[in-house]
Design a protein around this ligand. Structure first.
Ligand SMILES: [Zn+2]
Length: 69
């Protein structure tokens, strides 16, 4: 007689230090993305008066409703 093994699931163990690292990296990446899409333009650009980043994310800026021009 064969028996079907019960579906055993193992919990995901994630150390607090590793979770804090991933949370920090995610927040940093999200803020960086938010800055480049929503804020970076013109005189306050991190790259000076260069508008390459602004033009690269221009459609995303309008799509998400950030003020532009
Ligand atoms: Zn625009």
């Amino acid at each position: 007689m064969t028996s079907i093994p019960a579906d055993r699931s193992t919990p995901v163990v994630l150390p607090v230090s590793k979770a804090a690292l991933w949370l920090g990296l995610t927040v940093f990446g999200a803020l960086l993305l938010y800055y480049f899409i929503g804020i970076d333009q013109g005189a306050v650009s991190v790259f000076g008066s260069d508008t390459h980043v602004h033009e690269f994310v221009h459609d995303a800026r309008h799509f998400l409703g950030f003020p532009c021009h």
